[in-house]
Design a protein around this ligand. Structure first.
Ligand SMILES: Nc1ncnc2c1ncn2[C@@H]1O[C@H](COP(=O)(O)OP(=O)(O)O)[C@@H](O)[C@H]1O
Ligand SMILES: [Mg+2]
Length: 490
């Protein structure tokens, strides 16, 4: 309490002193100046934390935050840990790619936030089927196929487009014609794998099960020459094998056991964990989970009492391949109350979005820049503008940039906060590890009584044996079964 009082007094004093000194230094012919941080951030606010201590209000947080800083500069310490522990009256979805952020979990639980961990390497208690909510929405199915394909093939050539079509057809099929328990990517993978090895089995299965719409598309696909078809299915298989051949991922994506609706009703926090050392491999999976969230979030406008779902997109660059429509997402996030915080090592990492990069940045109302970035420092020097002052020794009026690029580059424990259409702000940061209150919160241990046992659920595969038997009975030898010896489809 006393500390809070001292902090507040020191904030006020430093602002007054700052204002007095700047009014001595400057005349107003070229009058760039820093704004007052207290107009933007406060310890009482419940939104994104900007300097380790003070946060944006919710209205401003909904207009999104972008933090740009090289590795080890303090993004996690100043903004991510601190925001997670500050935004406890909202729900959150967090890309926790080094699993360090879940140190906040015991504190969140102690504050009544329901916490969930989806670990992509070992089963915890969260399963999410990215196909949920896609039934009847071919555009959403195609987006999933695109995410999968984008990871496997960089070029939009005939085979990657056809591979995408192939995945979409089978996604549509399992969603329309199979029970929910089988409508997942693991089964899509197995069906395509079988289609490549034993086309007759899958033709017979599709003839029996597929809807008219899917059957027409499937026939067109199957009508390709044998060689072309093999190349298409190979492309599709290689786009899906990272999931289909990975038992943990196939299981984790086979069903959903969380309701996104809960995130709107009571504070709920989902951590999506993947090993940082293998972030490229797991990136499409993390993107698919975020896509599921966005699909849900955009499915209806929140009601007045619904909670915000705050999205913490740490290491955003790893998610770009899977979030090709992010410009649209961030343009609409305010209306749907899903505030975005994106963390980047460098703005140029947004270049895969091409001309939409500027739209994404323009939709981040608040941007924080750290020192150390050479090119950005020059841009920031221009952006900050210049001011004129009367030189004490010569009495001449001189002008200088508010900050030289070299000064920006050398900032150490200070950051520049640029808010659309407002004066820039320079603030000193205080990382979480230097704040004893936050250190204690991060050192808390989970109450073992409330700790949930990990859930062990296995994917249920579609039973293709009737169709295999049928082919055998017709005495048509299935050619080169790829699944033989590795456990055939049951
Ligand atoms: N517990 C700690 N004690 C001392 N220094 C720490 C601690 N945690 C992080 N740091 C330091 O804080 C700096 C910022 O780290 P971090 O916020 O994780 O960077 P970023 O997220 O930008 O990569 C790093 O230089 C790191 O060494
Ligand atoms: Mg970090």
């Amino acid at each position: 309490m006393i500390k809070l009082f001292i902090d507040t007094i020191s904030d006020v004093l430093s602002n007054i002193l700052g204002d007095i000194s700047s009014s001595f230094d400057k005349d107003h012919s070229v009058n760039a100046e820093f704004g007052n941080p207290n107009k933007l951030i406060s310890k009482r606010n419940k939104g994104w934390v900007i300097d380790g201590v003070r946060a944006l209000d919710m209205e401003t947080s909904r207009r999104n935050l972008c933090v740009v800083a090289g590795s080890g500069k303090g993004k996690s310490q100043n903004h991510v840990f601190t925001s997670i522990m500050n935004c406890i009256s909202s729900s959150m979805v967090i890309n926790d790619n080094s699993s360090e952020l879940s140190a906040t979990l015991p504190y969140l639980e102690s504050q009544g936030v329901s916490t969930k961990v989806m670990n992509l390497v070992r089963k915890e208690n969260v399963y999410i089927n990215p196909l949920d909510g896609c039934n009847g929405n071919v555009a959403a199915m195609r987006k999933i196929a695109k995410t999968l394909m984008g990871n496997a093939a960089k070029e939009n050539d005939f085979f990657s487009i056809s591979g995408e079509d192939c995945i979409t057809i089978f996604i549509q099929h399992v969603l329309e014609s199979e029970p929910r328990i089988n409508a997942n990517l693991g089964n899509v993978y197995r069906l395509i794998l079988e289609f490549q090895g034993n086309p007759k089995v899958i033709e017979s299965y599709m003839a029996d099960k597929a809807s008219d719409a899917v059957w027409t598309k499937f026939k067109a696909l199957a009508g390709n020459s044998e060689k072309t078809l093999k190349s298409i299915t190979s492309t599709a298989i290689s786009a899906l094998s990272w999931l289909g051949d990975n038992p943990v991922l196939a299981d984790l994506t086979s069903v959903s056991n969380i309701s996104f609706e809960d995130f709107r009703k009571s504070p709920t926090c989902l951590f999506i964990q993947s090993p940082a050392s293998d972030s490229k491999f797991y990136a499409p999976m993390v993107s698919l989970v975020f896509q599921s969230f966005y699909r849900y979030a955009f499915s209806r406008l929140p009601e007045e009492n619904d909670l915000d779902i705050m999205m913490i997109l740490d290491e955003f660059s790893s998610l770009i391949d899977g979030l090709s429509d992010y410009s649209q997402i961030i343009s609409n996030s305010r209306k749907f109350r899903i505030p975005q915080a994106i963390f980047l090592q460098d703005e140029s990492l947004l270049s895969p979005y091409k001309e939409l990069k500027d739209n994404i940045l323009a939709n981040c109302y608040v941007k924080c820049y750290y020192g150390g970035q050479d090119k950005k420092a020059f841009e920031l020097e221009k952006l900050l503008g210049s001011y004129s002052y009367v030189d004490g020794s010569s009495g001449q009026t001189k002008s200088r940039p508010l900050m030289y690029a070299s000064e920006i580059r050398e900032m150490d424990d200070e950051i520049l906060v640029i808010t659309n259409g407002q004066k820039p702000i320079k603030v000193r940061t205080k990382p979480a590890y230097k704040q004893s209150k936050l250190r204690k919160r991060l050192a808390m241990e989970l109450d073992t009584e409330v700790q949930e046992e990990p859930m062990d659920y296995n994917i249920q595969y579609i039973d293709l044996s009737p169709y295999k038997d049928e082919i055998k009975d017709k005495n048509v030898e299935p050619n080169n079964s790829v699944t033989d010896g590795q456990g055939t489809l049951q």
